[in-house]
Design a protein around this ligand. Structure first.
Ligand SMILES: Cc1ncc(COP(=O)(O)O)c(C=O)c1O
Ligand SMILES: [Zn+2]
Length: 408
């Protein structure tokens, strides 16, 4: 069983006795889960690697869930790590790998978080789970709640891609579309509603759920057979991925299961890049920005209030960096990932490849470096991002002649 030690404040060191409190009583920071792993030995690693269960739950001992019987799993994890040779050749990085999270159960990386978060909810006997979301978290929370037998309520800002709302609805969630902006009106209403109704919070303000993305580190260590990539590039919104991957990598290092850690890179859309801005200014805390419209709608977050500062610290400790990319760079990357690697990623996910291209252009990433780009969401989440010409949809006469003229 996962040996839970305590909940501790990463800012002021306050130790929380209750297990169900998420925020520091002294300074309001999000508490951090401390798990006891120092008893694990090399043979445990080999057992985990060989497990027939290919989900993130192979790494059970690293997660804050008491009993295996509480696990809520849809088979998330062990996503392909693809050596994308043609794409790598195009952008000048021969050892380019794509961590294909588009194949996760609900089509995005959120399943890593929600499998852990919802398992804890089941352990605690939660009745209703809630989340506010730009779309992907809504679908994921809804699916895991359905599997757990827990009610779900999801709040999304107006303008969220209909396909994402439909997905959450299909899993039985109550979907509330709020007339307002994610960082402002939706965030305010969500916070008030959590207090008012006592719902279980599935946002990054829930430290249990934040542990799920540590699984990236465990899976990559396994897939690279103990070697560690030079760079891991993550499309970044709230900062959970960067924060959790770093925690996971440090755990493996402390156990001696890997010999070094990768440099982590946060990739953001230029229209919503508070982490990039704070990184470049050398700040310790994030200064919220007003997010503008961007094709990378899933990572359109201007105020990563819970974990933004933790992600910043992880970028620095890992000697990584933060990069903003434009919508046209994102769409170009999405196109290339599809055409040269055979993966259909949503625009937000393609920021990792766009950022890699930029860093290669600047000489930050070398031609011989090993780079992993996390592809965090499926292209079908936002099909309207793909442009077609009218002609492509105009039917042809059912004749060879017409066919010949169309493909010529
Ligand atoms: C497709 C996609 N990529 C990446 C992220 C990044 O989230 P985080 O920075 O919290 O790991 C999100 C969620 O907001 C997302 O939906
Ligand atoms: Zn504190």
């Amino acid at each position: 069983m996962g040996l839970f030690k305590s909940l501790r404040c990463p800012k002021c060191g306050h130790e929380e006795v209750s297990r169900t409190v998420f925020q520091c009583a002294e300074c309001r920071s999000i508490l951090e889960i401390q798990i006891k792993i120092d008893h694990l030995i090399r043979s445990d690693y080999e057992t985990m690697r060989r497990s027939r269960d290919r989900s993130i739950w192979r790494w059970f001992d690293f997660f804050p869930v008491e009993e295996r019987s509480s696990i809520v799993s849809l088979g998330e994890g062990d996503t392909p790590l693809i050596h994308a040779r043609r794409l790598g050749e195009k952008i000048g990085v021969a050892k380019l790998y794509l961590k294909n999270d588009t194949v996760l159960p609900t089509g995005s990386l959120k399943d890593r978080s929600n499998s852990v978060g919802m398992s804890v909810a089941r352990e605690w006997g939660v009745k209703t789970a809630a989340v506010m979301s730009t779309g992907n978290a809504a679908a994921s929370v809804a699916a895991y709640a359905a599997a757990a037998g827990i009610e779900s309520i999801v709040m999304v800002p107006k303008g969220t891609a209909p396909s994402k709302i439909v997905q959450a609805r299909a899993y039985g969630a109550t979907v509330i579309v709020v007339d307002g902006d994610f960082d402002n009106e939706v965030a305010k209403l969500y916070k008030v509603a959590l207090n008012e109704f006592g719902w279980y919070d599935c946002l990054s303000s829930n430290p249990y759920r934040d542990e799920g993305k540590k699984s990236y580190a465990y899976e990559m260590a396994d897939q690279f057979d103990g070697r560690v990539p030079d760079w891991v590039i993550h499309p970044t919104a709230g900062g959970t991925g960067i924060y959790a991957m770093w925690k996971g990598y440090k755990e493996l290092l402390s156990l001696g299961w890997i010999e070094r850690v990768p440099k982590l890179v946060a990739a953001q859309s230029e229209a919503a890049a508070p982490i990039v801005a704070a990184f470049q200014k050398g700040l310790v805390d994030i200064e919220p920005v007003i997010a503008r419209e961007t094709v990378a709608e899933s990572i359109k977050v201007g105020n990563p209030v819970s974990l933004g500062w933790r992600a910043l610290a992880a970028l620095r400790e890992s000697k990584g960096t933060a990069v903003a990319v434009t919508d046209s760079e994102i769409l170009e990357a999405q196109f290339l990932i599809g055409r040269l690697a055979g993966v259909f990623a949503e625009p937000a996910a393609a920021t990792s490849v766009a950022a890699t291209k930029k860093l290669r252009g600047r000489g930050t990433i070398g031609t011989d470096d090993t780079v992993v780009c996390n592809l965090t969401g499926h292209g079908l989440k936002q099909p309207e991002a793909i442009r077609f010409s009218e002609k492509e949809f105009t039917p042809i006469a059912p004749t060879l002649e017409a066919l010949r003229s169309r493909i010529s």
